[in-house]
Design a protein around this ligand. Structure first.
Ligand SMILES: [Zn+2]
Length: 314
């Protein structure tokens, strides 16, 4: 049987910007890394001690608004979900991410700049087999009226539904088979969003300090939308939640063959789901991928011309 191999970047690529929650500037460089390395963040602004933070589910400090990783030395990196989604969506398995601040730059609120940067450098195939995780048993977790579920599937499928009182969001649902570049084509340009009613509360709690409505986040208030030049998709919020889910699922440590269903779920609940998946006997098993299996994962079939270039629908 032919085996699919791991991928890294052909060359380093750098992004600069401010963190959505901290408001702090950071320069982040994605570097190629050897086989079996996985995705690891390294805080270059910290001089001493263990500055490396592996992108793995059991280092997540659960918080509702972003995904933050903390290593044993209490060194942390915040808001990793959009770069993790871009790496998973482009099929990058090994990368060392050097960053000189506490939070990943928010860019335009989506993963589009990261995807363009990664695709521009190109993906390098490495000579070692790719291991993925196959979901064998349904696992579901809840928190109030939110639920997150993983079911067995022979591909990665992401399904999400959300309900907001703001009429400009309302009820949205979407389901996508993530193969054939679906992430880059359908999700990667969808921006983070929040409700106007939550902005003040977040800022008095020291969050969303780098948020600029319309520039790096969409703000909904009843019928009104602050989104810069308009929405990029009429259902941009639910698509962004799917982007977040891909990034949070990438913290499994490898690609997942499974059907994820998020019902009003968020970062914290998706991490709880991964913890439950790995804690439930017989729920998940590592599997060597062959090329046919890899063709059913995100990262295959990406076409440069299909990466959205700031489209607007409204
Ligand atoms: Zn997000």
């Amino acid at each position: 049987m032919r085996q699919a191999v791991q991928n890294t970047l052909k060359a380093s690529v750098t992004f600069e910007g401010v963190g959505l929650h901290s408001g702090q500037p950071a320069r982040m460089t994605l570097n190629p890394a050897p086989v079996g390395h996985g995705i690891i963040f390294k805080r270059t602004d910290i001089a001493l001690g263990n500055r490396k933070i592996p992108a793995i589910w059991n280092l997540v400090e659960r918080s509702p608004l972003c995904t933050r990783l903390v290593n044993e030395a209490k060194v942390s990196i915040s808001t990793v979900e959009h770069i993790m989604a871009a790496l998973a969506g482009c099929g990058v398995h090994n990368a060392l991410i050097e960053i000189d601040g506490p939070e990943v730059p928010i860019m335009d609120g989506s993963s589009a700049d990261f995807v363009r940067g990664i695709m521009k450098q190109g993906i390098m195939r490495q000579g070692a087999a790719l291991t993925a995780f196959r979901v064998l048993k349904e696992v579901s977790v809840t928190n109030g009226d939110a639920r997150a579920t993983l079911k067995p599937a022979d591909r990665l499928k992401i399904e999400f539904n959300i309900d907001f009182v703001d009429a400009a969001i309302g009820h949205q649902e979407k389901s996508l088979d993530m193969r054939n570049g679906a992430f880059a084509r359908e999700l990667c340009d969808c921006r983070t969003f929040c409700r106007r009613a939550d902005v003040e509360a977040m800022q008095s709690a020291g969050l969303a300090l780098g948020g600029v409505p319309g520039e790096n986040a969409i703000v909904f208030d009843g019928h009104s939308v602050e989104s810069g030049a308009g929405l990029r998709h009429s259902d941009e919020p639910v698509r962004h939640k799917m982007l977040d889910a891909l990034g949070d699922l990438a913290l499994a440590g490898g690609p997942i063959f499974g059907h994820y269903i998020g019902e009003r779920a968020g970062h914290s609940l998706t991490n709880t789901l991964l913890r439950a998946l790995f804690a439930t006997p017989g729920a998940v098993a590592p599997v060597f991928c062959d090329p046919i299996m890899v063709a059913r994962l995100p990262g295959q079939g990406l076409v440069w011309n299909e990466i959205p270039q700031n489209r607007r629908v409204a």
